[in-house]
Write a protein that binds this ligand. Sequence first.
Ligand code: FES
Length: 105
Amino acid sequence: AKITFQDNNGKEQTIEISNGLSIMEGAVRAMVPGIDADCGGACSCATCMVYVPDDWRDRLPAKDANEEAMLQFCPHADERSRLSCQINVSDDLDGLRLSLPESQH
Ligand code: FES
């Protein structure tokens, strides 16, 4: 699926991520700046946080309790936030646009 990342300065990058990878894995492989993923996808660092626009929020798989809990610790998280390591890519996500926080720490 093609997924677009917009950084805090409005700069966009669209990458192709294979089905089955997490959004975080795809972004790290493509070296998208702004996805740190310190824990490597274990849902324990919250440095892979992304902001999901309104029109996409209901189209993504729901957060589980772990993700919900980690987001509580994330200083930049708000109601738009998701952890990109917890979302697996499928064809349904084609065209998804995500914004990145100013910093992950
Ligand atoms: Fe650590 Fe997503 S990579 S929580």
